[in-house]
Design a protein around this ligand. Structure first.
Ligand code: CP3
Length: 357
């Protein structure tokens, strides 16, 4: 009989990665680093691959998703891969009339204005997004010990696109509906929360080692409104995932909401550039792990300016129980990819505890 194959080496395990350890507040040699929107428009290899393909079509093709997700890991040596998709992909997958228009963002055919409109939002089944399962599986196989971060849009941010019909600066219609018809608001957000939870589950079941819930536009709300209208629904997404993989929760302009966002069930709270990480740690309270928060605008400055800012972010992050280095929001399209690579190298040279830095 043929000789038995040699025993396979133990699979490299993302559960012992710097990212997952930092999320649990465990010490590491240096902070893990990744960038929101690292897979995307700042990379020439991404623009070449995407040429002629609509964004939503790219998000429905497992081979494209896999390649785009891997590009920044190869190029920058980041400590995590963010799954390439968009927050509106699960909505499109259940048949909501939605498109991503170049230079604009998500645009909805028939904005939600009444209870009858909720019929468009049926539950998401894993079979609705086979390309997500396939791509996460392919990625976890390719990446070995490097974690794949799955993500979803939080109920408020998804609701704002569905109610406004597209991007909005003031979220006026969203707030008017929230206050004017709280019953419809809560019904809408319950459905969106279930869809977001199902989308995260699909990614975790396929091998994602962490997840991030993006409530990008929650910073437009007062704390009182956030606690009453939004937090319960974000909690419905994150709380059931306790004990699975680390949960990161992020929004822009959320300085007043940080402590509340943590109580949604976040192991890591993302912070934009407006609040220094030591102050964020103080607002969050004991044991909090933070992610952030280099101002993306600084990527366009001379390297000595960038270096000083990166060192400051890492130093301020030491005030928290753990720190995942990131930008305060996504990589801008104009960013020089070489600056991102240099930032990764710099963060990797800095001690997490400050002892030798
Ligand atoms: O880098 C790219 O622009 C590539 C492709 C692309 C994405 N989204 C990737 C994405 C495009 C064209 C979009 C459309 C889109 N969707 C926009 C406009 C983008 C623009 O600047 O023209 C917006 C605002 C959305 C809605 C959206 N998608 C939000 C609010 C979020 C949460 C993150 C954030 O920026 O606040 C997303 C997630 C998203 N879109 C990701 C990616 C790759 C995943 C998260 C990440 O990589 O950090």
């Amino acid at each position: 009989p043929p000789a038995a194959p040699p025993a396979a080496p133990p699979a490299a395990d993302p559960a012992s990665s710097l990212l997952v350890r930092a999320a649990h507040g465990a010490p590491g040699p240096h902070p893990p680093v990744w960038f929101m929107r690292q897979a995307g428009r700042s990379l020439p290899e991404y623009r070449a691959l995407r040429a002629g393909t609509a964004m939503l079509d790219a998000c429905r093709d497992a081979a494209t998703i896999t390649e785009v997700t891997l590009q920044p890991v190869r190029r920058h040596g980041v400590d995590a891969a963010i799954f390439f998709s968009d927050i509106v992909v699960p909505l499109a997958a259940i048949g909501v009339g939605i498109d991503i228009v170049a230079g604009v963002g998500p645009v909805v055919d028939k904005p939600i204005r009444s209870v009858a409109d909720l019929d468009a939002l049926r539950p998401l089944e894993p079979g609705d997004v086979p390309y997500v399962t396939d791509a996460v599986r392919a990625l976890t196989g390719e990446l070995g010990a490097t974690p794949v971060i799955g993500f979803a849009g939080a109920p408020f941010t998804l609701a704002s696109y569905l109610i406004e019909g597209g991007p909005s600066k003031d979220h006026a219609r969203t707030k008017a509906l929230m206050h004017g018809d709280p019953q419809l608001w809560h019904a809408l957000c319950s459905r969106l929360g279930a869809i977001a939870a199902a989308f995260l589950r699909v990614q975790i079941d396929a091998g994602a080692a962490a997840v991030q819930l993006f409530d990008s536009w929650a910073g437009s709300l007062s704390l009182v409104d956030y606690e009453q209208f939004v937090l319960p629904h974000s909690r419905e997404v994150l709380a059931p995932l306790a004990g699975t993989v680390p949960r990161i929760h992020f929004g822009v302009g959320t300085g007043e909401l940080l402590a509340a966002m943590r109580t949604a069930g976040a192991d890591v709270v993302g912070v934009d550039w407006r609040v220094p990480l030591d102050e964020a740690a103080r607002r969050l309270g004991p044991g909090a792990v933070v992610q952030g928060n280099l101002d993306p605008a600084l990527l366009g400055a001379d390297w000595p300016v960038v270096e000083r800012a990166v060192r400051r972010v890492v130093a301020e992050g030491r005030a928290a129980a753990g720190h995942v280095f990131n930008l305060g929001h996504g990589v801008p399209p104009t960013a020089d990819p070489d600056v991102l690579t240099r930032i990764v190298e710099l963060v990797h040279s800095l001690d997490a505890d400050g002892a030798g830095a």
